[in-house]
Design a binder for this molecule. Sequence first.
Ligand SMILES: Nc1nc2c(c(=O)[nH]1)N[C@H]1C(S)=C(S)[C@@H](COP(=O)(O)O)O[C@H]1N2
Ligand SMILES: [Mo]
Length: 260
Amino acid sequence: MIRPSMISRRGLLTAGAATVGGLLLPGCDRLSQAPSFQTFLQSAEGLSYRTQRLLQFGQPLAREFDPRHLSPIFRTNGTELPASPDYQLLADQDFRGWKLRVDGLVNRPVELTLDQLKAVKTRSQITRHDCVEGWSAIGKWTGAPLSEVLMLAGLKPNARYIVFHCADDMGGQPDGTDLYYESIDLVDAFHPQTMLAYALNDKPLEVGHGAPIRLRVERQLGYKQAKYVMRIEAVDSLARLGKGKGGYWEDLGYEWYAGI
Ligand SMILES: Nc1nc2c(c(=O)[nH]1)N[C@H]1C(S)=C(S)[C@@H](COP(=O)(O)O)O[C@H]1N2
Ligand SMILES: [Mo]
């Protein structure tokens, strides 16, 4: 049996999701041989189910810690308050008017309020955040699994990456001409610990930590943990975003692969 752990992550990236299915399905189990199941997997709607089912298989989890290991202080880094007046208005109103848009290569673009996101499914995990600037902190994150949100929208077969568009302008301009963005591949997107977190240490996420939601993609370094996520976009290529390297820091020269 071929397991995802036997295939390099870079292999998965270049092969893409469709090939992932082709590579992994044969021999996985008897169900995968059944004609109706095959048809389902080949359909566009089957993609997210397929990716989720296959990519969760044998995926190493990032270490989870015991509550007694929680850091007494979880510092903030990077943007601590987006300059945009739109964002500040939302924050002033406790994000009641905030909506997360999920679009791009999806079958059903959706907009979710914070309450709708909280109703999706809840997961909590205590993990260590590692910033390349040389600090770490252990915190408890609670949020909605990204896989669930992506399944609501339904990925199209050509979706390869998930992009997170943030509210903060790194040039410090309120007009949003240099917005922070990040991206992950489908392996990370469907990883069971990957979530849109709205609480840290059992308290609603503070503005400094990315309110109302921030990405947690636990096998990646700090800069991938996008704060102030406003829009999630499924794309087939990263070339059209920023300088084409997949994220704000990557465009400035950070490595794509940060995770384990
Ligand atoms: N939108 C946005 N996301 C971001 C950043 C940022 O400046 N803007 N900084 C990144 C970096 S380098 C780190 S280490 C973490 C810091 O998260 P924290 O402020 O919750 O500690 O957020 C990451 N995500
Ligand atoms: Mo960082």
